[in-house]
Every structure is written in C-alpha cells, then in structure tokens.
Design a protein around this ligand. Structure first.
Ligand SMILES: [Zn+2]
Length: 582
C-alpha cells in the first residue's frame, strides 16, 4: 500500500473521492482530530487512531438506544413510567451523551412514553439530547416527532444498494431525492437530523461505491451525524477498522457514529475498532439488549474504550451496575451471571487460592476493580473455598468463631456443595446456628402460618412468629398469598422493632425438567442490596423461607450493633453483607 504524506493526501469531500480506492482512502484524517501524519498510510488503517489516542485522550460520544433498538428485542415491552425512569437515569446518573427513545409513528403507548420523556427533558435541560428514529417519508415522521415535542430525528436511510433497490424499490438517486425532501421539510420546522445508514456493513462489502456516493450526498445536506450501522452484526474487527477508516478519511469533516450488533459476539471489539479508526460516537444499549444477539453493551464499551485505547467518555462508571439492574427488572430480561462488568459473579472469587492471594496483596486484581464500579469483591462459598474466603465472609457478617468452629463450618459447606446445594453468605448464620447450636444467630423464626386463597375473595394470612423469646401472632390480607403474609408481618413491625425491607425483585426458579413435586428456589432481592433464597417444594414456603432469612439478617445486625435500626445505616450494612449472596 502506498505511503502518502499529508500534503499529498489532503482530501476534499467531493464526488471524485467517493469512488477513490482503498489506498487513497487511507490518507490522513481530519486535521481537527489528528495531525499525526507521520504514520499515515501504513498498512494498518487503525494505527493512526491509536496514535491519536496516545497523544490526547479523545472523547468518544456515547448514544444509548436501549429504549428504541433495545426494546425491539422480542418479548420486551416497558411501561411509559419505566421508560421515563430509564431515560432519566441514563442522562442524569450514567451521563451518556444522547439517548434514542423510540421510532416515529409507533403505537399510542409509545407516543405517551415519548411525550413524558420529552416533557421531562425540556424542563431538565436535556431536550437536544433526546432522539427519535424517523423514516424517509417527507412529512410523516417529522409531523409525528413535532406533535410529541422532540427535536432530533435519526433518519433511517439505506446504507447498501441491495436494501435501496430491493426493499425500497428506488434508485439511489430517487432515494437521495426522498431524503432531501424529508430533511428540507423537517429543517424548516426546526428539526435537527442525524442519518442512519442501515446495512452499511453490507454496503461496504457489496456496494462500496453506492455507500461513498450516498455519504457524499448526505455530507452536503444539513445533517449533524452520519451513523454507520452493522445492522446484521456481520463484520469482524479488522473489517470495521478498514471500512470506518475509509469513510473517515474520504470525508474528514464528517462526524460519524458506529452502530454495532452482536451476532458474532464481536460488538464490543468492533465498536472499539470503529472508535480507533475515527468514529466519534458509538451506539450502545444497557445490557446489550436488542434483537437477536443484541446490540453493543454500554458498560463493556465504556470500559474497553478507556482501558484498551485510552479514550474518555462522559459516562459515570459507578452508575453502570445500577442501570443494568434497573433495565433487567423493567425489561424482565435477566443477564448472565458471568456477563462482563455488571454480571452478578464477575467480582466473586470462587477459588480459595484467589481469596488467599487477595489477602496477600491483591495478587488477583486487574484494572477491573470492583470499587471502580461501586461494587465489592466477594468470595463464593462452595467446594473450592478455603479458609481465607470463609474469613472474609464471616468478617462481613461480623461473626466471630473459634478455629475449630471454622474448620467444622468449612467442612459442612464443602459437604453441602458436593451435594449440589448452593450456599451463600446469607445462609451462613443459619448454617452456624444449626451446626453449632447457637440460637442467638436465629433470633426470628416463622413458627407457623396459614394462608387461605379463595376464588373471588382476597387471600388472608395468619402468622405466628417467635422473636427472641416472644411469640407474636398476626393476620393480614393482600393481593396474593405472599402479599397477605407480608401484610401480616407488617402489622407487627412495631413489636419487632425494625422495619420490613422493601422487596425489589422476586425470582422463582424450578430446575429444568422439574416435575410438579420439584424443589422450587425463590430468590428475593430487597432494598439495600440484600438478597436471600428459600428452597422448598412449595413455592409459597420457599418465599417465606427467603423472607425469614432476610428478617433474621436485619434482626441479627440490630442486636449485634445494639443500635435501633436506622434505614440508611442498616441499608449500608445490608449492602455490605448482601453482596456475597449467590
Ligand atoms: Zn440496530
């Protein structure tokens, strides 16, 4: 590949560049971004990007499309209030630069959600950062967007000749004319445009001349950003580097975003390459939510851009775990426990030797420190755990045992693990209590209960609780059996002397192939990060067991500190001790 100097390859966007060959396209980039011309034109298209990056920490803009592309995933539908909460968290706490919240001309429910988000954004000063996907339909999308009060349209245009011809049945010129008319119509009405190149990856592979001519024409229109989509997630990192480099080099004044999909599991790697090659913005979704294999995950991209290429973003890393959980709950789409950055197990050391190493100077720590994300390192309980892991967990629960007791406990945990029973930190007080007969670790016991459900009547519950040496009986009614049980407990809060924690998430798990008599595992997440489990063949009994565990941990904490329960202090402590659960 020919080497070119800066003076030889100063590009002016124009039709003649659109058909330039790849060698020419690998010339220097926009002088505003880089003047690192000495290495330009090497056979490594991305190398300039890396040099830029080392020179100064270039800011990459992050656009989150969880509420548009993410919500396109099958079976996901969020309520307007949930969408508003996600939008607010993304802009206020996570601090992404822009969010795309819906497609124009969508359902009435969507319209309500968009109106609420736009209404909030107007008063909070985020109006320019709210975007809506629109179509090349002259007035349709623009009118829809204006009625909901949004100002920015991400216009969906065709990024490959095949899509243009076969889906739209338009010639490239006709398509461009339609785009021009739509943009003219919108601009007159105060709408700002970014433009998507749908199937841009397919275009670069099969009809690069079409793509270059299309981008060239767009660059002459009032368009803020051109957004390059790997719509089907078909590219590999070297291709992304080459294709983005080519576009950025031929159109140095353009502002390009990269929009990836994860069909090969390469979305994060591809997005990193796009940024290195000169894309100034990247598109992501929370938890990588999206159609098929999903989009590029927000957390992975932000962390990778920073750690592997020295870019900066405006994103607050400490807010990533929280937004991930929020979207998990609202979408009902759970993430894998080993999902990088935000997965439940990523900061849990399972092997005892790792815990030992951590005690001796953080030997097993990488740049992905839990504290960076507002998390804690935890140590799994199980057959691989050693003395060091147990020490960490006991310390967190503020429980002191003798050396012999610890050995006995460790042997019991390993024994349970061998029987395929999972043990969590939240189970520790109960294990100790059973094994060592130390009743003070089990201050609260649900001794008896009766829950009655009738057709047409509200379920009622009668509960008998032993709290320290007192038996307390209570009744309650609620929307379901478990709710009735909780209402009964709520009525005796005063006598217990502590507040019941708020339930955040309730998950029921039956092993694959489980029959009607299978054991049901119920996991409940409580306010403050506490998480407890119950296992029983009766689903309600499993939930009650999980609740009993939670109440015990709270009561135990209260009796150990001797302090009356104050929500903030209790929450902080619960967060501490709840982390190791599962
Ligand atoms: Zn997409």
């Amino acid at each position: 590949m020919a080497r070119k100097t800066a003076s030889q390859t100063r590009h002016v966007p124009g039709p003649q560049r659109a058909t330039s060959n790849a060698a020419a396209a690998l010339g220097p980039r926009h002088r505003g971004i880089s003047n690192a011309t000495a290495t330009i034109g090497t056979s490594q298209p991305g190398s300039r990007g890396r040099d830029d990056v080392r020179r100064g920490r270039r800011l990459v803009e992050v656009m989150d499309t969880t509420l548009r592309d993410g919500e396109q995933a099958e079976g996901i539908s969020m309520m307007p209030a949930e969408k508003l909460t996600i939008a607010r968290r993304l802009l206020e706490d996570v601090k992404v630069d822009r969010i795309e919240i819906a497609s124009a001309r969508s359902s009435e429910g969507e319209r309500t959600a968009v109106k609420r988000i736009v209404g909030w954004a107007e008063t909070a000063g985020y109006a320019e950062r709210i975007e809506v996907l629109g179509f090349v339909d002259v007035n349709g999308s623009v009118d829809w967007v204006r009625t909901v009060g949004a100002r920015v349209i991400n216009l969906l245009t065709k990024g490959s000749l095949r899509h243009c011809r076969e889906q739209l049945r338009r010639t490239p010129q006709q398509h461009l004319d339609d785009i021009r008319r739509t943009i003219e119509y919108g601009v007159k009405r105060g709408v700002v445009f970014n433009v998507y190149l749908e199937d841009w990856s397919g275009g670069m592979l099969g009809s690069p001349d079409y793509v270059m001519t299309h981008v060239e024409a767009l660059s002459r229109m009032p368009v803020s950003r051109i957004m390059l989509c790997d719509t089907l997630g078909i590219l590999a990192p070297p291709q992304v580097r080459q294709f983005v480099s080519r576009i950025v080099t031929v159109f140095p004044d353009g502002r390009f975003d990269y929009h990836g999909h994860n069909d090969y599991g390469l979305a994060t790697a591809n997005t990193l390459e796009a940024a290195i090659a000169g894309a100034r913005g990247v598109h992501v979704t929370v938890n990588g939510m999206g159609e098929r294999a999903g989009n590029t995950a927000l957390d992975e991209v932000v962390v990778t851009l920073r750690d592997h290429a020295g870019f900066t973003t405006n994103v607050n890393e400490r807010a990533l775990a929280e937004i991930s959980r929020l979207v998990e709950v609202f979408s009902g789409r759970r993430i894998a426990v080993n999902k990088p950055i935000v997965g439940e197990n990523v900061f849990t050391q399972a092997a005892g030797v790792h815990a030992d190493g951590d005690m001796k100077g953080n030997l097993y720590e990488s740049r992905l420190r839990p504290s960076r994300f507002g998390q804690h390192r935890t140590y799994a309980m199980g057959k691989l755990m050693g003395k060091a892991s147990l020490e960490f967990n006991l310390e967190r629960l503020n429980i002191t045992l003798t050396k012999e007791q610890k050995q006995q406990l460790l042997a019991r945990i390993v024994e349970l693990s061998d029987q395929k029973k999972s043990v969590t930190t939240a189970d520790l007080p109960f294990l100790i209590s059973e094994m060592l007969q130390t009743p003070e670790l089990r201050v609260l016991e649900v001794k008896d209960y009766s829950v009655v459900s009738n057709r047409g009547l509200m379920p009622t519950a009668t509960v008998l609780v032993r709290y320290r040496d007192k038996n307390i009986q209570a009744t309650g009614s609620g929307d379901g059996g478990y709710n009735a049980f909780m209402q009964a407990l709520k009525s005796i809060e005063k006598q217990l002397g502590f507040r019941l924690p708020k339930l955040l998430d309730y998950e029921v798990h039956i092993p694959p192939g489980g029959k009607t008599d299978a054991l049901v595992e119920t996991t409940i997440k409580w306010e403050g990060g506490l998480k407890t489990r119950g296992v029983h063949s009766d689903q309600l009994a499993a939930a009650i067991q999980a609740t009993e565990h939670a109440l015990n941990l709270i009561a135990l904490h209260r009796s150990r500190t001797g302090r009356p329960e104050k929500p903030s202090r209790a929450r902080a402590h619960l967060r501490q001790m709840a982390k190791p659960a599962v």
